[in-house]
Design a protein around this ligand. Structure first.
Ligand SMILES: O=P(O)(O)OC[C@@H](O)[C@@H](O)c1c[nH]c2ccccc12
Length: 266
């Protein structure tokens, strides 16, 4: 069984437990009362300067264990916003990433930016839940689900006025993401089946994504040189977790990364 399959099994179990506490109808009612979603596509698409940074609140990971003792996700997210992040990503998966919906709530209350609820989305319940907790963008991992299910989840996302970051790792997955109508397409340079990083995957796959889509490079950014490289290879936005949560000054790091692309891009 791959790491991805294993993570998804845990996600489904946790989902069953949440669903028995809060019924889908209740979550839908909360989603309908939530303030209107922010336009994450527009936030990521503005292309007149620099690279957009999607700054992630990430406590731990299956490959590295604990990354940082994040005492206050709200304060971290506020630092990302001050540094010029375009979107804040909040990992809500609990077992492997140590996240929660409480982290999402804390971040929603502290920033004005669009928020990505970063989780292994396998069920429409999670999309209603994301909206109920104020998220504007959700993650759909192409490797995790067959096309019919992805299509239904993407349709619900758009119906609720949200956007999806459609994540790929192979040329076939990019083809599927494009055929499904993904407007924000991510290339994760980490293979979720093995957890190995291969930064060269980004350049190979970015060229397969048609104009009009927002192209996001995900994972493996260590420093400004990595950001520059992804931008030179066609990234409009770069999603960064570990390098920010480990840094003593996340605000300054986001600011530096944001400027990294401006000389190169268009
Ligand atoms: O910490 P990093 O290497 O900067 O990576 C961030 C982000 O890309 C990574 O957290 C991620 C990308 N796709 C995912 C899917 C699920 C969970 C996590 C992820």
């Amino acid at each position: 069984m791959s790491v991805l399959d294993d993570i998804i099994d845990g996600v489904r179990e946790d989902l069953t437990a949440r669903r028995s506490r809060v019924a889908l109808e209740e979550v839908r009612a909360l989603a309908e009362q939530a303030p209107a979603p922010r336009d994450a596509f527009a936030a990521l698409n503005a292309s007149n300067s620099g690279v957009r940074i999607i700054a992630e609140v990430k406590r731990k990971s299956p490959s590295k264990g604990s990354l940082s003792e994040i005492q206050d996700p709200a304060e971290l997210a506020a630092a990302y916003e001050r540094g010029g992040a375009a979107v804040v990503s909040v990992l809500t998966e609990e077992r492997r990433f140590g996240g929660s919906l409480a982290d999402l709530d804390a971040v929603r209350a502290s920033v004005n930016l669009p928020i990505l609820r970063k989780d292994f989305t396998v069920d429409e319940y999670q999309i209603w839940e994301a909206r109920a907790h104020g998220a504007d963008l959700i993650l759909l991992i192409v490797a995790a689900l067959p096309d019919e299910e992805l299509r239904a989840l993407l349709a619900l996302t758009h119906e609720l006025g949200m956007n999806a970051l459609v994540e790929t790792h192979t040329p076939e997955e990019v083809e599927r993401a494009v055929a499904l109508g993904g407007r924000i397409i991510g290339v994760n340079v980490r293979n979720l089946k093995t957890l190995d990083i291969d930064r060269s995957v980004f350049g190979t796959l970015a060229g397969l994504i048609p104009a009009g889509a927002v192209v996001v490079a995900e994972s493996g950014v260590r420093d400004i040189a990595d950001v520059e490289q992804f931008v030179a290879e066609g990234a409009h936005a770069v999603l960064v977790g570990e390098a920010l949560v480990r840094h003593e000054n996340p605000e300054a790091t986001v600011r530096t990364f944001t400027r990294a692309g401006s000389a190169l891009h268009n």
